[in-house]
Design a protein. Sequence first.
Length: 642
Amino acid sequence: MQILALIVVFFAFCDSLQRGMSKRPSLSESEVRAGCPPRGWNSYDSFCWTISEEEFLQNAELVAQRLHSHGYEYVVVDYLWYRRKVKGASVDSLGFDVIDEWGRMIPDPERWPSSKEGKGFTQIANRVHDLGLKFGIHVMRGISTQAFNANTPILDINTGKAYEESGRKWYAKDIGIKALSCQWMRNGFMSVDTKLGAGRAFLRSLYHQYAAWGVDFVKHDCVFGNDLSIDEISFVSKVLSEINRPILYSLSPGTSVTPSMARDVSSLVNMYRITGDDWDTWGDVASHFDVSRDFAAANMIGANGLKGKSWPDLDMLPLGWLTVAGANDGPHRKCNLNLDEQRTQMTLWSMAKSPLMFGGDMRNLDETTFSLITNPTLMEINSFSSNNMEFPHITGAKYFKLGRYNLTSRPENYGVRHASEDLFMGLSSCKDKHAKGWSVKANGDDLEKVCWKENSKSEHQASFCLYKEKLLLEVDEETEDKRSHGKFRLLAIEGTDFCLGASASRKLSSKEFSRGSFSPCRLDANQMWDLKHNGTLANGYSGLCASMKRNQADAGTGGTRSWLATGRRGEIYLAFFNLNSDETVISTTISDIAKALPGGNLIHTSCTCTELWTGRNFGVVTSSISMVVQPHGSSLFTLNCT
């Protein structure tokens, strides 16, 4: 009972977190603040480095009005808020930054008027807190090249004067390590020597200043991945743990990050990037599947972190109204991902429990994007699911389209299961080795399936199945077309009215014989199939057989993937992802799902099943779950099993 009570308390904390807590959180609240993946808005995808105070506050107000109730609580100013927006200034320019007498970055007063007279971000943070939100900033590693060149003195926060040790004052050139400059901004910043008291004093002065401004979130860049600096991360984490103000600690970017590298920092932070910058291209989205799989398998999701938990971060969500990387101007274009690709990104980010940081301009937030980033099922999964993992026991089978009928208009379930590669279904000569391997398989409910299984040494290589048309077996022989006697039709999905055909109803040329299709079920000869003793599935109309082949056309960004998770109320979440450029039927079995979950206690059960994006209710499923998934698209199922 004590364990159950603790679980209830934890979820209550998370619920409170996602609804928004008090304007200025207390220390005790900070200890549970990272109990769920952080969620918020970041300026980078829509403004790059050029955002102004007015633009930021406009976006913050809209986050409070539209997103806060959905758990989005942080509003973050991304990099170079201290850089003057003047001719010659750019991402890696030198000499355009605003620094104080101690070599610390302060907001550009032209872009941030409220920062004048040494106020820094204090008034901005106060305004954000008044909105019920939390304020974040992006910071770089170590010390700026500009401060190094100016050789500014180091502040001792204990005395308020220049840092002195060993009988002398210390300056920027004493602590900066020019050889350790940021790899992607070499003119900008370099590491400091944390073995020196002066180096530690400089870093301490930075983060105490951020706390004095009212900062709740720090995104620390150029210390992780290719720029790994365990010493700086460790010391900053120590400083933040000592400050009497909760500040969430995030690392960015994360190129070349591995779970092994992340284990060294995960307990020191609350979130850390495990990829390079994610922009609105399909290649960027697809590149996140392998890395998210690896971190889930390494049990890094929700590991112990700084005064809470830590979360592998798949980067911001570049949806809605955006700019381009490295630009010197603000948002001016729509997201390049289509809706299916955007759903795939949101589904993966949610199933992998990545922090959700929306990057689009809130002033131009369309309803489609809003509905996607606030979808209740995705928000529930992102905050409260557990046992999140990639689920390999699926098969994807691609289909040719033919005529005006295809499966795009009827995304339904299918009967397929585990394999490591995609299958491509078509028609070929019955002598083709890829046409052999079909057999009848009982379905457990008086229905039969005709299934294909590749000749393989692996006992676990799964079958690809089509449903035999039950009604056809009961057709009166007096009315049945003689050409179809003893043959059967094959349904894509049990109970549907779409059948596999070798052609359209018209006669096809020999060139078109190489394609198969699904079309409304009729007693046409092209939809009649005959299972031969040699394992071929023949179509008498075309003289061809159904064949299954491995397809490598989408190598690198193709294939099918799936994720699995359990909900806090016992539900099961199953996501299918189609990384291919063609429609693909993806399927798995209830028994494989059961075996993958802790305890494996669902093997002899049935589940009710609904799918999010189509709204389809499958009713009770007892054997397999399948769906025709659009190119680069996803399906997300919620299962309640008894």
